[in-house]
Design a protein around this ligand. Sequence first.
Ligand code: FES
Length: 138
Amino acid sequence: MNLPYRKHVLICIGPRCGNERNSNRVRQEFRKEFVRQNMMTGIKETPCVCFGLCSYGPNVIVYPDGVVYSGVRPQDVAQIVRDHLGSGRPVERLLFKKKEEPPQTCAEAIPSVPDGVAPPAGGPAPVDSDGDGQSGDS
Ligand code: FES
């Protein structure tokens, strides 16, 4: 990996994290903490729009570590900066954890399998993409 920073902090400011849960305050707090904790070099923060984890937000991802934080509040930021960015110890209590199974996709919920054909084991049903009663394009 050729990341030009020691750490890159991606902060979701998408519709759910930003508008509903005010992640802009989280972003402002990161900027303040970088100054307070004298970490102005080697660390970059970037606002991003939606990681696809909306129901868990506000979400923050730290690279190159690939660590995802969820439900981050402004008062959590000092600990993330000190423990993770400063000392390399991710903040366990804020790590992203799946709270529920993801919703079914349309292909899984409405299988499009011709009569008499069993869906493949362990995978989604084939999709009749052209409406001819057979899966695939033909
Ligand atoms: S709006 Fe933040 S993950 Fe979707």
